[in-house]
Write a protein that binds this ligand. Structure first.
Ligand SMILES: C[S@@+](CC[C@H](N)C(=O)[O-])C[C@H]1O[C@@H](n2cnc3c(N)ncnc32)[C@H](O)[C@@H]1O
Length: 258
């Protein structure tokens, strides 16, 4: 398999389609509760993307900072109503003073940072005593998720197993870096069901909507789509309907700086 290079600049314009207004995001509520628990005055999101979660945290009154590797995502984050201090950079080398933040977090981003432990070490350095690190996302190493994309597109699941750190490793690294009161809890269960041909309208099925599919080359992406079409045709012939599930367990791993 030849992997495409993931370029979030190309995804940036469509990225917020994944956040319809109507939804009450439990991940966001968990972040808000944590920000209030640590009485956050300064908050940093690493891999902040279009600034969706930072904007939600504006109601805490904290100063909001975001760092991202994609200039395209940063440009979109500048359009958020909340005032955000945005920096272009890498999640493994955070250009901020030590002990500057009450809350450092990432959402759906740690698997992009390459050296996951270096990010955790940097987060520890940046936190004030009593401050919290929250790492939010799904863990393909755990059960609890059932995503049809993994079934129809070759290599995607195996690539995710390589890209995502196992939750158990993250917990261990946090302990080794000096965090205490470390915990992993359910933050949200995403559940989207598409029945039959409705799957073809799933925005996450577009080649550039998620890193999972964006990393596939054109041939592997087309082969997966073809498999879906084939399954739909066969089901139609048998007068059956296929249920395409996107069920994803989102966890929050958190720890505090003593
Ligand atoms: C799936 S998006 C998540 C964005 C945002 N946290 C959210 O939940 O909407 C992943 C983000 O990580 C950023 N990213 C990728 N590699 C990075 C790196 N090495 N350092 C910092 N950010 C990175 C991407 O540009 C992208 O904005």
């Amino acid at each position: 398999m030849t992997r495409s290079k993931l370029n979030y600049d190309q995804i940036a314009a469509q990225y917020n389609q994944r956040y319809p207004d109507s939804q009450n995001w439990e991940r966001g509520q968990a972040l808000l509760a944590l920000a209030r628990q640590v009485k956050a005055q300064t908050i940093l999101e690493v891999g902040s993307g279009t600034g969706f979660w930072l904007n939600l945290l504006d109601q805490t009154g904290a100063k909001l900072f975001g760092l991202d590797y994609s200039m395209g995502m940063i440009r979109h984050a500048k359009g958020q109503p909340a005032p955000l201090s945005l920096t272009h950079g890498l999640g493994t080398r955070l250009p901020y003073l030590s002990s500057a933040f009450d809350l450092v977090y990432c959402v759906d981003a740690i698997h992009h940072f390459g050296d996951h432990r270096a990010f955790i070490a940097e987060a520890f350095r940046l936190l004030k005593p009593g401050g919290a690190l929250a790492i939010i996302g799904h863990d393909p190493h755990e059960g609890g998720s059932n995503w049809y994309i993994y079934d129809y597109f070759d290599h995607v699941y195996d690539t995710d197993l390589k890209r995502y750190p196992a939750g158990s490793s993250v917990l261990q690294w946090m302990e080794q870096e000096g965090f205490h009161k470390i915990d992993s809890k359910a933050a949200e269960h995403i559940r989207n069901i598409h029945v039959g041909e409705a799957v073809l309208t799933d925005p996450f099925l577009k080649h550039n909507a998620t890193s999972q599919l964006a990393l596939l080359n054109e041939a592997d992406y087309r082969a997966g789509l073809e498999r879906i079409h084939q399954a739909l045709t066969e089901a139609k012939e048998k007068n059956e309907r296929i249920v395409f599930s996107s069920e994803i367990d989102v966890r929050m791993i958190l720890g505090f700086k003593p």
